[in-house]
Design a protein around this ligand. Structure first.
Ligand code: HEC
Length: 110
């Protein structure tokens, strides 16, 4: 018997596992290392330090309140035209999403 995964489902599983891994190891009181690991997962799509801009929106230097409200909206299924962020946001606690928003807000915009 062969186990064949379509590329799309393999990607979903990778994203899911990434989300689970970060949820398990991070707590509300986040160390610099934990923050680096959590935010590092965003770089593959949003660019190094969240500076990429194009089809995927940039994160760096945007207001923390805006980023946080967007992340919470993704998590709560309040964004209709989302492709992946709804699933990604669900992998984090509200406190972690808030910390991620703060993190990217403090990086200089491109
Ligand atoms: C698989 C690619 C991918 C990864 C990984 C990813 N994002 Fe996104 N992100 C997107 C896309 C695509 C959008 C546009 C909305 C959508 O289609 O879901 C987006 C939108 C956003 C937005 C809304 C920005 C705006 O201007 O409305 C925020 C905030 C965000 N992402 C934060 C993050 C954070 C924080 C992480 C890491 C925990 C992350 N993203 C990881 C692809 C990704």
């Amino acid at each position: 018997m062969t186990l064949s995964l379509r590329p799309a489902s393999a990607l979903s599983i990778a994203l899911l596992l990434g989300g689970l891994a970060t949820t398990v190891q991070a707590d509300s009181d986040l160390s610099r290392d934990q923050m680096a690991v959590m935010a590092g997962g965003c770089a593959s799509c949003h660019g190094t330090d969240g500076r990429l801009s194009g089809a995927v929106p940039a994160l760096a230097g945007r207001p923390a309140e805006l980023l946080e409200s967007r992340l919470l909206a993704f998590k709560r299924d309040e964004v209709e035209d989302t492709t992946v962020m709804d699933r990604i946001a669900k992998g984090f606690s509200d406190e972690e999403l808030s910390a991620l928003a703060e993190h990217f807000a403090t990086i200089d915009a491109p």
